[in-house]
Design a protein around this ligand. Structure first.
Ligand SMILES: CC(C)=CCC/C(C)=C/CC/C(C)=C/CC/C(C)=C/[C@@H]1[C@@H](COP(=O)(O)OP(=O)(O)O)[C@]1(C)CC/C=C(\C)CC/C=C(\C)CCC=C(C)C
Ligand SMILES: Nc1ncnc2c1ncn2[C@@H]1O[C@H](COP(=O)(O)OP(=O)(O)OP(=O)(O)O)[C@@H](O)[C@H]1O
Ligand SMILES: [Mn+2]
Length: 268
C-alpha cells in the first residue's frame, strides 16, 4: 500500500483495538455505559478535528485525508454495548447483527482508504457488501476458533437454536465435550463462514491494485483458520486452531498471485 494508506489503516486499527480493549482489556472492570457514551463523544471530536490524544490525532489526520464515514465507527461502539449487555444469541440473525457491529464495520471503515480500482465495473454498493462480508467471515472464524476460550468467560457466541437442532446445549460447550454432534455442528458453522469469505473474494479483486495484496492476504490467512479447525477433526473446544508459519508464507504468495488481476463475477 502507499505509505499514506498504511498510516490510515494503522490509525483505524488502533481505534478499533482501543474500542475492543474497553470491553476486553485490563480496564474492562471499569466498563459502563457512560464509558462507551464518553468514547462516542470522543469519536465525534476526532471527526470534528478535535483529537484528545496522540492516537486520536492519527485518526483525525486520516479523516482529513480520506472520505471516512462516522457511521461504522459508531456502530462498532454499539457492538461493544451489545457485548456488555448479552452473552447469548438465540438465532443466527442475532449473531449476525453482533458480527456486523464489531467486524463488518471494519470493512466499511477501510474501503475508503483501500480505494476502488478505476477499471472496476462492479457497483460500489456490491464492493462495500463484500467488505462487510469479509468482516463477518473473520468474526465467525474468530468465534469458532475461540469457543473454548469464550466458554471459560461464560460466553457462547453460537446460535442457540442451531445448537439444539444438533442436539447440543450450552452445558456441552462449557464442559468442552467433543462429540459426533459437536463435530457436525462445527462443520455446519464452517460452511457458513466460507460463504462469507467467498463473497468477499469477489470484492477483493475490485479494490485499487495497490491495496489488493493486503486484503487478499488478510482473507486467505484468516480463512485458513477454518482449515486448521478441520485438521483438528472439528475439535475447537480443547484445541486452538493455528496456522503455521510455512502455511502463512504460502498464503502470502497465493495472495500476491490473486492480487494481480481485477476480475469478477461481471467480467468473466
Ligand atoms: C472489498 C473487500 C473485501 C474489502 C476489504 C475490507 C476489509 C479490509 C475488511 C477487514 C475486515 C476485518 C479485518 C475485520 C476484523 C474482524 C474482527 C476479528 C474483529 C474483532 C472483534 C471483537 O471480537 P473478539 O473480542 O471476539 O476478538 P478478540 O478475541 O479480542 O481478538 C475485534 C477485535 C474488533 C476490533 C477489530 C480489530 C482490532 C481489527 C481492525 C483491523 C483493521 C482496521 C485492519 C483492516 C485491514 C485489513 C486489510 C486486515
Ligand atoms: N489475517 C488477519 N486478517 C484480519 N484480521 C486479523 C488477521 N490477523 C489478525 N487479525 C485481527 O487481529 C486480532 C488479534 O491478532 P493476533 O495477532 O493475536 O491474531 P490471532 O487471530 O489471535 O492469531 P494467532 O493465533 O496467530 O495469534 C485478531 O483477533 C483479528 O481481529
Ligand atoms: Mn476482543
Amino acid at each position: 500500500m502507499t505509505e499514506e494508506r498504511q498510516r490510515a489503516i494503522w490509525a483505524i486499527y488502533v481505534w478499533c483495538r482501543r474500542t475492543d480493549e474497553l470491553v476486553d482489556g485490563p480496564n474492562a472492570v471499569y466498563m459502563s455505559s457512560s464509558v462507551l457514551d464518553r468514547w462516542e463523544e470522543t469519536l465525534q471530536d476526532i471527526f470534528d478535528g478535535r483529537p484528545y490524544d496522540m492516537l486520536d490525532a492519527a485518526l483525525s489526520n486520516t479523516v482529513s485525508k480520506f472520505p471516512l464515514d462516522i457511521m461504522p465507527f459508531r456502530d462498532m461502539i454499539e457492538g461493544m454495548r451489545m457485548d456488555t449487555r448479552k452473552c447469548r444469541y438465540e438465532t443466527f440473525q442475532e449473531l449476525y447483527l453482533y458480527c456486523y457491529y464489531v467486524a463488518g464495520t471494519v470493512g466499511l471503515m477501510t474501503v475508503p482508504v483501500m480505494g476502488i480500482a478505476p477499471e472496476s465495473l462492479v457497483p460500489t454498493q456490491t464492493i462495500y457488501n463484500a467488505a462487510l462480508y469479509l468482516g463477518i467471515g473473520n468474526q465467525l472464524t474468530n468465534i469458532l476458533r475461540d469457543v473454548g476460550e469464550d466458554a471459560l468467560r461464560g460466553r457462547v457466541y453460537l446460535p442457540q437454536d442451531e445448537l439444539s437442532q444438533f442436539g447440543l446445549c450450552n452445558e456441552d460447550v462449557f464442559s468442552l465435550k467433543v462429540s459426533d454432534r459437536s463435530r457436525e455442528f462445527v462443520k455446519h458453522q464452517i460452511t457458513r463462514a466460507r460463504f462469507y469469505f467467498n463473497f468477499a473474494e469477489e470484492g477483493a479483486s475490485q479494490l485499487d491494485k495497490a491495496s489488493r495484496w493486503l486484503v487478499w492476504s488478510s482473507l486467505l490467512l484468516y480463512s485458513k483458520i477454518l482449515d486448521a479447525i478441520e485438521d483438528n477433526d472439528y475439535d475447537n473446544l480443547t484445541k486452538r486452531a493455528h496456522v503455521g508459519r510455512a502455511n502463512k508464507l504460502l498464503m502470502l504468495h497465493l495472495a500476491y498471485t490473486r492480487s494481480l488481476s481485477t476480475q469478477g463475477f461481471i467480467l468473466n
